[in-house]
Write a protein that binds this ligand. Structure first.
Ligand SMILES: [Zn+2]
Length: 499
């Protein structure tokens, strides 16, 4: 008896694709008039719409564009179909909405305070802060207020203090601080009842009385009760008594101006250098999966094209540090010389922007948005601009990739250096930040002018960086124009996303 192809079964009857150029292999099972499988039957494949999905001679289906299509397998007079739906997920709705990331809400820290055998006991007794005083700096009202402002109420930090313990090695040897390289050598700390599972992170807080101080996140390695504390904690060192990154001195910012170059600014903030450094290192440890890095600043050329580097600094010592790691002088994750605020890119990464304080632009064309000061309490406080083709093509990179706009004002305590006459112009427009998808945003300079000498270094000119009324910023992706100052501290702006 001759076998006749009578029916076909396909491995799948419905295919759904969510991205371009995705493939699915279909297989066809051909059966004869008696229901027996015909292993050598010839099958041909066809698509109803090759503009939506194609199918190869072996049944491999490939998505091409949005829409629906029918794939038909034929053997003799028998056929079977599979419905194909191609739907790239629509970008999230525009307008006011939550961040793409989950919200970081609390850190509960164990703080181990350490001093060094080379510090005279009298100095320790007379000038070292108590663990209670240190706890107040790290978890007290001022830090609570700061973190509350940075997170729009989302984030708190708490902790328990342990110490003082004395390091087994001197803190200062041959002109350098040893704990920066010798953290691992402190071991055998004994704290009866200590339970690491009660904490989200660990701070090793070194207190000493001479030399430079430093801090870094991560790389902590020491034992408590014979067990190593987890890597990924926080290491902050602390210097008593004089001006350094970790001292108790109130922050007073340096103003680089023509006439006043080299003179300390008069503006101070009731926030110590130690607190700034602690906040900086703390933010590094949050959201390690995306990497909260340093804020950068970049100068735009005369054409306002985005340039990857500040030019002309190549021969300047410290160039890479200034312009790559700590270039943004307005941000606690940058050099934080003009402010200790946290920019909108970082807040978005930490999930601290939400309904009512972020406006998302994710489509081509014209948009008009009103934005209020970043550290205020009302209205839209950041505008994020996602570039649609990036957004559709790569789900992961779309997050936090594009541009953020924000307004900062010197009447806010965390940006109060902007009241200085030389920096006052930065109150009068919008800061434009560019981010390539990670935690390394760049503040673009909207009024490029030459870098200038300050404290023996050439630093980027960030005296006047914002986009002001009458100015236009344009590159191949976006055009920002029609900036209007509304008189209540807010600005309206036209945002065009180019096709
Ligand atoms: Zn850092």
């Amino acid at each position: 008896m001759t076998q006749v192809a009578t029916s076909i079964e396909l491995s799948e009857s419905e295919l759904t694709f969510a991205s371009l150029a995705a493939t699915t292999q279909l297989t066809a099972t051909v059966k004869d008039q008696n229901g027996a499988t015909m292993t050598s039957a010839t099958v041909t494949w066809a698509t109803s719409d090759a503009a939506v999905a194609t199918v190869s001679s072996t049944g491999l289906v490939t998505s091409v564009a949005d829409g629906t299509a029918t794939i038909t397998a034929t053997s003799g007079s028998a056929n079977a179909t599979a419905a194909v739906t191609m739907a790239i997920p629509a970008p999230a709705e525009e307008g006011q909405q939550g961040a793409d990331y989950s919200t970081v809400t609390n850190m509960h820290l164990a703080v181990f305070v350490v001093d060094f055998p080379d510090t005279p006991e009298a100095v320790k007794a007379n000038s070292f802060p108590s663990t209670n005083e240190l706890a107040d700096l790290m978890f007290g009202e001022r830090m609570v207020t700061y973190l509350d402002d940075m997170s729009y109420g989302a984030f708190t930090v708490t902790g328990d203090m342990f110490g003082y313990f004395t390091h087994q090695n001197p803190g200062f040897v041959d002109g350098r601080i040893v704990e920066l390289v010798g953290v691992a050598s402190i071991n055998s700390i004994t704290v009866p009842g200590f339970d690491i599972t009660q904490y989200d992170g660990v701070v090793l807080l070194s207190v000493h009385d001479q030399g430079l101080a430093g801090a870094r996140a991560g790389a902590i390695s020491f034992d408590v009760n014979g067990s190593p504390v987890p890597i990924g904690g926080l290491f902050v060192s602390f210097k008593v008594g004089s001006d350094c990154l970790c001292s108790l001195d109130p922050l007073s910012f340096s103003i680089p101006t023509g006439a006043d170059a080299g003179i300390e600014g008069t503006s101070t903030i009731d926030f110590t250098r130690f607190q700034r450094t602690f906040a900086h290192e703390l933010f590094h440890t949050l959201r390690p999966e995306v990497g909260l890095g340093h804020a950068n600043s970049r100068t735009n050329g005369g054409s306002f094209d985005y340039e990857p580097e500040v030019t002309g600094n190549e021969s300047v010592p410290g160039y890479s540090l200034l312009n790559r790691e700590y270039g943004n002088l307005y941000d606690v994750m940058g050099k934080s010389e003009y402010g200790v605020s946290l920019n909108s890119v970082f807040r978005d990464l930490l999930g601290w922007t939400n309904q009512g304080n972020r406006y998302s632009i994710k489509s081509y064309g014209q948009h008009n948005v009103t934005i209020h000061p970043l550290n205020g309490s009302r209205g839209v406080r950041s505008i994020e601009i996602r570039i649609p083709y990036d957004y559709a093509d790569n789900y992961d990179l779309r997050k936090n990739k594009g541009y953020f706009l924000e307004v900062r004002r010197g009447d806010d305590q965390w940006d109060n250096m902007l009241l200085h006459p030389e920096l006052r112009g930065n109150n009068d427009g919008l800061m434009v930040l560019k981010t390539d998808g990670g935690g390394w945003p760049r503040l673009l300079d909207m009024s490029p002018s030459p870098n200038f000498p300050f404290y023996g270094q050439i630093v980027p000119d960030l005296r006047d960086v914002v986009l002001k009324p009458g100015m236009v910023y344009e590159n191949d992706q976006i055009r920002l124009s029609h900036v209007v100052a509304n008189g209540d501290g807010s600005f309206s702006i036209d945002v065009e996303v180019k096709r």
